[in-house]
Every structure is written in C-alpha cells, then in structure tokens.
Design a protein. Sequence first.
Length: 404
Amino acid sequence: MTDYTLRSQRQNLTSIKNNNQVSWNFAALQFFSFAALSLFGTYGMVYFQRRGLSKIQIGILNSVVSAVSIFSPMIWGITSDWLRKRKPLVVVMHLVSALLFPLFWFLDSRSFILLCSIRAIFSFFFRTSVPLIDAWTLDHLSREGGDYGKIRSWGSIGYMIPLVASIFIFSSSSAGQAEVLLPMFFGVSLFRIISAIQAIFLPDYSIKKREEINWRALNIYLHPFALVFFFSVFIRTFIFAPYFAFFNIYLDQLGVADNMKGLPWIFAVGAEVVMIAFSGSLIRRFGAVSGIISAFIAMSIRLFVLSATPSWEMILFVQLLHGFTFGAYHPASIQIINKITPDFFRATGQTLVSVVGASGGILGSLAGAVWAETNGYTILFRNLGLCALIATILMSISFSVWKE
C-alpha cells in the first residue's frame, strides 16, 4: 500500500471523525435549546397565574405570542438573507431571551400591559430559535451527510431531562406561591446561555438566498385539498393554544404537586419520540391524510377525558396520545405541504402555514380564555374536544372527496 493511499485513508477517517463530532455538537445544541423550552412550557403559565393573572389575561398573553409568530419568521428570514449566515442569529436569539426572561420575575397582573410587551419581545427571540436551529442542522447534513432524526431526537431528550430533574427540585406541594418556581428562571436562562455558547463553536455555512415571497401565486392553494389541509392547521392551533396555556394550571387546580407537573409531559414527549421514529414507514403505508385524521381523533379523546376530571393515572395515560396529536400530525403535515407546494414556492408555503397557524392560535387563546373564565376548565376541555371531533368529521368527509 502506497504512502499516498495511507494518507488518503487517514484523511478520510479524520474527516468522518470530525463530522461525527460536529453532528454531536448540533445534537447538544438541540438538547439545551429544548431544555429551556420544556421548563417554560411546563411552569410558565402556572407562574403567571400565581402572580395574579386572570384566565382572560393569560389568554391575551398567549394571543400576543401567536400574533408575534405571524411576522417574526419573515423578519428573521430577511435577516438571514442579509447576513447569509445562521450562527449570529442563533447566538443573539439565545442570549437576548436569556437576559429578558428574568424580567418576568418583577411583573404581575398590576403591570399587565408591560408584561404583554415584554412577552412579545421575549417571544420574538425565543420561539423562532428552534426552527432556525433545525434549518442550521439541515445545512450541515446537506453538506456532510447524516441522520436528522437522530440529531433532532436529542431535542426531545433535552425536553424530558429537566422535567425529570424537576421532580427532585420543585416543591411537593400544589399550594405554593409564585416564588417557589424560582428554579424555572435559573434553568431557562442558564440553558439559553449554554445554547448560545454551544452555537459559537459550531461551523457556519453560507446559505442560499431565499426566494422572495410571491403572494400573487397563492392560487395554487385554492385547490380544495389544500384548503382542507390549511383548515386542519388553523383548527389544530385553535385547539392547542388554550390547551397548552391552561393544562398545567388545570393540574394545579386538581392538586397536582409542582414537582409532578412535568411528569405528564415526560409521558407525552416519550410517546412522541416513539411515533416519530416509525412515522416514515406508517405514512408510506397508510398515507399522510391518515396521519392527520388519527391526530384529530386522538386529540378529541384526550380533551374529552380531561373534561371528565380524570384520575392522575388516567391523565398520564391520555398524555400518551401526544404520540398521535404531534408525533403523527407533524411529519404528515410536512409531507403534505411539500407535496402541494412547488420547490420554487416553498418559502411562501412555509410562511403561509405559520400565518394560518398563528391566526388559529390568537383566536383559540382568546376563546379558550373566555370559556375557562366563565365556565371553568371542564367546559373548556369539553368545548375544545367538540371542536376536534367536528373538525375530524368535516376533514374525513372532505379528504375523501378531494384527493391530493
């Protein structure tokens, strides 16, 4: 064997080793970014409720987040086009949100307008970071190869680990004050700072300029099948926005201890990971539409069970349906939007999905807040379950009439 061949083999092995190391670093970025998301998603609304916010105010607070989601992806996309890089944006988003989050400690219902303003700014930097990390990860994989699913799965693991830790850190009481949730503030800011540091050491890639959003070409979405799909996007966020806002507050009302509030989400995300692992083969066998319909059936069951004031064990059990409501829906929706959208129009299609979804989130947050305020959580979950059931029937009929 010649010296040249030996050198070539060593270089190849070194390249593979370096690529594996970079992939692990992207996995770590997913892990820490989702760790912050899990703590705020689980305990954030409980904290605001204990700071004196009414159900209506919590609904308004969440509708602000959905409103920001309408335009923030476009702003960050334009910024990406200008910089032709993703690393600076990811670092800035994580650092700014880490600095803004502690401000919530000093705000309550008496400073509601200021709270909404800070929440809007915080969401602008917080919510869009995960899609941007996904895009950055795909940039890496498109150049070096690898398995996106394996890297993304570390995000789900990162979501669960802080919730496992919360069992030992948070109070075993459900009647605590807002101050007992102080560890959430340290955790969210710390994980965001670690994510920013992790991002600094990752390679950046020059990205292609996105195509301009061509709103005149929206007539490709006037096909009945596309309209039914966008209805599913709208109604899903209409249902899930109030569900995510009030579920953990509902657990608080049922007397679930603070250190146990993360357990239902450990069950949920675990089921999601399993479903996503098999989603590709299931969609190939049964079709993407079946994934959408099964998600809505599971959604209605999940909500009707919650409306019946179930036992703790039953709550944990129905959380496993998250494997369908997210684990089946998300891959199926991605496949559908990619099929009905031409390559040259993909950025516009993704933006439209965000706008439709955010619109559903705004209306759902406000409607859910009114139902919860006037009739309580039992009626809230029952009404949301009815919405899911009616949507399931309408979509089953519509998808059977109008094919892809």
